[in-house]
Design a protein around this ligand. Structure first.
Ligand SMILES: *Cc1c(COP(=O)(O)O)cnc(C)c1O
Length: 389
């Protein structure tokens, strides 16, 4: 029996449906721009905001809904929206909650593109962005103006690793009706319970531990409040933030092993940091588990781990050229941005350009400890230190 449709039509249509009853652990990858409706009435009655159904690829497929739900569950929230990068997730929050005439407070040690976004809001959008000392705690109350709408926080802060008192910042913010958004990337949503501390909006770069493969860029914004989520949904739609389903799959694949990886990074980073802390070349250890890290007591109170990141300040007797040579001499540690994968990384930073009041004279070098054996990483650092003098 031949199919009456022409060959050209058969290329795009098939009558075959596979048998029911397939079951497996991986989440199905639903690729779609167009989502099909049964009839016109179904199309007309569907609301894109309503996650009990589907309207268009941009607003979600079963694949993205499953990742949304998992991330919200892990973070202890109820709603989640995905963005094409961690930075896009930050932008989504700003566009959802800030408008011309508003004021936003950003920690002085924020992830640098967040800081840069503040400059853009100020120069082109009529929003004031002010930068605060991350260790300010309750003192943030004095910075809050009638037009302050949003306070960003990051714990620990990027690169400088200072640990803010999130509960104190939230208490002061809420007393003035201001929202607090936390960049909770460093804790992967598992080592710091942001909502328990009073945070309203949690942002995560899934690019890091969640994906764990150094091969995906993605971000998430999580809330536990339907009204906040609605505003975020509008920004998400208006900005046209889409994520690729294959990338969503990779993040879902990474999640199952994230806690094991995080704990392994955490233990290895402690081992390497303890060794480095004994070295005369190092003036200050900026790992939150060390008393020399500003905010260490807050970290001990609020966090269950630090993961693979820490920074060190070299003794000021070494020039930047020397510390650059140290980084260049490392063999296992590679030079590159981002982190969260299996491979160790190392980068020098010019803190004078990133932090208004930076007390240290020596060069800051940030380490990301991957999943290699800590003794091999220590041996690598030791041979590179030996070239310093
Ligand atoms: C990496 C990172 C981001 C941005 O994530 P991308 O996916 O690279 O855009 C934001 N905040 C922090 C703290 C990060 O480490």
């Amino acid at each position: 029996m031949t199919n009456p449709k022409s060959l050209q039509t058969l290329l795009a249509h098939t009558d075959y449906t596979p048998p029911e009853g397939f079951a497996a652990f991986p989440v199905p990858i639903h690729h779609a721009s167009t989502v099909l409706f049964e009839n016109v009435a179904a199309m007309r009655s569907r609301k894109w905001q309503d996650k009990s159904g589907y309207t268009y690829g941009l607003h979600g497929t079963p694949t993205t809904y499953i990742l949304d739900a998992r991330l919200a569950e892990i973070e202890g929230g109820t709603h989640c929206l995905l963005a094409p990068s961690g930075l896009a997730a930050i932008t989504m929050v700003d566009f959802a909650f800030l408008k011309t005439g508003d004021d936003v407070l950003i920690p002085d040690n924020a992830y640098n593109p967040n800081r840069e976004l503040g400059h853009w809001l100020e120069s082109d959008f009529g929003i004031t962005a002010r930068y605060y000392d991350p260790l300010i705690g309750h003192g943030i109350a004095e910075l809050i103006q009638p037009n302050t709408k949003l306070i960003w926080a990051e714990a620990p802060g990027s690169v400088s690793m200072e640990v803010p008192d999130i509960a104190a910042i939230c208490a002061a913010a809420h007393a003035h009706g201001v929202l607090v958004a936390l960049d909770n990337t460093a804790s992967a949503g598992i080592a710091f319970r942001a909502f328990d501390q009073g945070v309203d909006i949690v942002m995560q770069a899934l690019t890091k531990y969640q994906s764990g493969g150094s091969d995906v860029l993605m971000g998430a914004v999580i809330t536990r409040d339907a009204a906040l989520n609605q505003r975020l949904q509008l920004a998400h739609m208006r900005l046209g933030f889409n994520v690729g389903m294959d990338d969503v799959y990779l993040v879902l694949r990474g999640l199952a092993t994230m806690k094991l990886r995080f704990d392994t990074h955490d233990a290895a980073a402690l081992t390497v940091a303890r060794w480095l802390n004994q070295r005369a070349e190092i003036a200050t250890m900026l790992h939150p588990a060390f008393p020399s890290c500003p905010g260490h007591d807050t970290w001990k109170r609020d966090f269950t781990g630090a993961g693979g990141l820490f920074s060190v300040v070299f003794d000021a007797r070494y020039s930047e050229a020397q510390t650059d040579q140290f980084v260049d001499s490392l063999k296992l540690f590679k030079i590159g941005y981002s982190w969260g994968g299996a491979h160790s990384l190392c980068l020098p930073y010019r803190m004078q350009h990133m932090r208004q009041a930076w007390p240290h004279k020596g060069t800051l070098v940030r380490f990301y400890i991957g999943l290699e054996a800590p003794q091999d990483l220590i041996a690598d650092i030791e041979q590179a230190l030996a070239r310093l003098d």
